[in-house]
Unconditional design. Structure first.
Length: 196
C-alpha cells in the first residue's frame, strides 16, 4: 500500500473512531475508564516500574487521572509530556500533582516547564500510550500528529496502550515508522503483543 493510500486510510479510520468515542455515554465511559485503570495498575510491569510516563487525557480518551493518582500514591515518579511543536516531538517533565499543569498545545494540559523538572533518562520507565484505535498486534492510530510515533521509535522501556475494546481491530494499516505497543489494556481484556 502506498504512503498516500496509508495516510488516507488512517485518516478515514481516525474519523470513524473519533465519532465512536464521542458517542460513548458518560456513565459507560467512566465505568470503562475505571476497569481499564484497574487492569493497568494490576500489571506486573506497572507494579515494578519506578517511573511512569503518563499522558493527561482529553475528553474522548481513556481518563488517566486515576492512573496518575495511583502512581503517585504508590511512590512512583510520574512524568507527563509537553509538545515541542518546532520539532514535533514530546518532552517529559516530572509532576507531583495536577497543579503542575497548564493549558498547552492542542488544548492539552501540559507540565509547566518553569515548575517542573525535565526528564532526561527513561531507564526503567513504563510508558502509557494513547490511541484512538489499536490492533491485536499492538499497532495504533492516534490523532495524526506523530508525536508518540517519534517517541516510541527510540523508547526502550515497556509501552502500554489504553483503549476501549470497541476500538480494537484485527489489523491496522501501518507505515515504515509505526511500531507496536507491548501491552494493550481494555476494559474487557489485556493483549500482550510480546507473546505473539
Amino acid at each position: 500500500m502506498s504512503v498516500k493510500n496509508i495516510r488516507q486510510k488512517k485518516s478515514e479510520i481516525r474519523s470513524k473512531y473519533k465519532k465512536l468515542r464521542g458517542n460513548l455515554l458518560p456513565d459507560k465511559k467512566a465505568q470503562f475508564d475505571d476497569a481499564i485503570t484497574d487492569r493497568l495498575i494490576s500489571l506486573p510491569e506497572f507494579k515494578s516500574a519506578q517511573l511512569v510516563l503518563a499522558f493527561v487525557s482529553k475528553d474522548i480518551e481513556v481518563d488517566t487521572r486515576r492512573i496518575i493518582g495511583e502512581s503517585l500514591k504508590n511512590g512512583k515518579r510520574v512524568a507527563v509530556p509537553r509538545c515541542n511543536t518546532e520539532k514535533t516531538t514530546i518532552d517529559y517533565y516530572f509532576i507531583t500533582s495536577y497543579d503542575d499543569l497548564e493549558n498547552g498545545y492542542y488544548g492539552l494540559l501540559e507540565p509547566n516547564p518553569e515548575k517542573c523538572e525535565k526528564l532526561n533518562s527513561f531507564d526503567g520507565a513504563l510508558c502509557v500510550v494513547p490511541g484512538l484505535v489499536f490492533d491485536r498486534e499492538g499497532y495504533r492510530i492516534g490523532f495524526g500528529k506523530g508525536y508518540y510515533d517519534r517517541f516510541i521509535l527510540d523508547f526502550r522501556g515497556v509501552t502500554v496502550g489504553v483503549c476501549y475494546s470497541r476500538c480494537i481491530v484485527d489489523k491496522l494499516p501501518r507505515g515504515f515508522y509505526d511500531r507496536p505497543i507491548d501491552v494493550v489494556v481494555t476494559e474487557r481484556y489485556i493483549i500482550d503483543t510480546r507473546k505473539g
